[in-house]
Design a binder for this molecule. Structure first.
Ligand SMILES: [Fe+2]
Length: 300
């Protein structure tokens, strides 16, 4: 079976591009990448992924595209066949991409209606060793989405894209991996939409320094700081100026990709947050509502 190997980027359309751009550059800690189109691209300096966030201004706020990696062109082709075989709605067949960084890839709708792109052979960006205390993102750590039929979506991501189940929280939250990191993706019940995008920072100390930087920029923590049980990662959740949820996380568990057996964690407060010391909870996060861009291919 062909498998997706990593997450690359998330593309958003937002009504207030200027505010979102300022947030990612001046507060969140990403670095703008020059481009010759009207979109704004951000890299995380700890990864050589050319960009991890793509922003576009539009009155209709939506998720434009979620970019995933395949290791080789042959994997792209094999994943294309797997998506077709599992009734994935194809947007474009594998071709040379003309988006920033190029590469070879295709797009399709997942069963939720989100636009996904799988690519290989993309141009690499620059990367450096971050210093402890810089408190800026190393890379994207995971994406969490809601779905009206989250169990069917879990099965689809297993069959079509080769994800593996790493843990369940009760029967309502499923954590999935595409490599040795405990999760790159998780699903929750609810209307089809994003819950949040998480960014790895180097250490727990970096996360706390990040919390402090956001506080000095009048961005209050929505939930955290805390430590989840599934994946054992620390967390702090915030919202961007356009109300997209972002997370700083650290110390995510690495597992044996081929042999890791999932557990079912009992949902209770000390499972959601082992520390129990932070503010808020799932109830203080923005209410999920259907994404406006479902089943509509992004403009680019
Ligand atoms: Fe998370």
């Amino acid at each position: 079976m062909a498998r997706v190997s990593e997450i690359r980027f998330v593309g958003y359309a937002v009504p207030d591009l200027a505010a979102e751009r300022r947030f990612y550059a001046d507060v969140w800690g990403l670095t703008e990448v020059p481009s010759d189109d009207e979109m704004v691209y951000f890299a995380a300096e700890g990864t050589d992924e050319k960009y991890v966030v793509r922003l576009r201004e539009d009155a209709m706020q939506r998720i434009d595209v979620i970019g995933w990696a395949a290791e080789t062109r042959a994997d792209v082709d094999a994943l294309f066949e797997q998506v077709k075989a599992n009734d994935g709605k194809i947007i474009s067949e594998p071709h040379e991409l003309d988006t920033l960084g190029g590469g070879y890839g295709f797009r399709f709708f997942d069963p939720n209606g989100f636009t996904l792109q799988i690519s290989a052979d993309v141009e690499r960006g620059s990367k450096r060793e971050l210093a402890k205390g810089e408190a800026i993102p190393v890379k994207i750590s995971h994406v969490v989405m809601h779905s009206p039929d989250h169990k069917a979506l879990v099965a689809w991501y297993e069959k079509a894209l080769g994800f593996r189940v790493s843990d369940w929280l009760g029967d309502f939250m499923c954590f999935m991996r595409c490599n040795s990191w405990h999760h790159r993706l998780a699903f929750l019940p609810g209307p089809p939409c994003f819950n949040h995008v998480a960014y790895d920072v180097l250490t727990m100390d970096d996360m706390m320094r990040g919390v402090g930087r956001l506080k000095r920029n009048d961005v209050d923590i929505k939930w955290g700081p805390g430590r989840h049980t599934a994946g054992n990662n620390t967390f702090s959740y915030f919202t961007t100026p356009n109300n997209n949820v972002v997370e700083y996380t650290s110390e995510l568990e690495e597992v044996d990709d081929d042999h890791h057996q999932h557990q079912v964690h009992i949902p209770k407060p000390e499972t959601m947050d082992q520390w129990g010391s932070g503010i808020g909870g799932p109830q203080t996060m923005p209410k999920p509502s259907p994404d406006a861009g479902l089943w509509q291919a992004a403009v680019a």
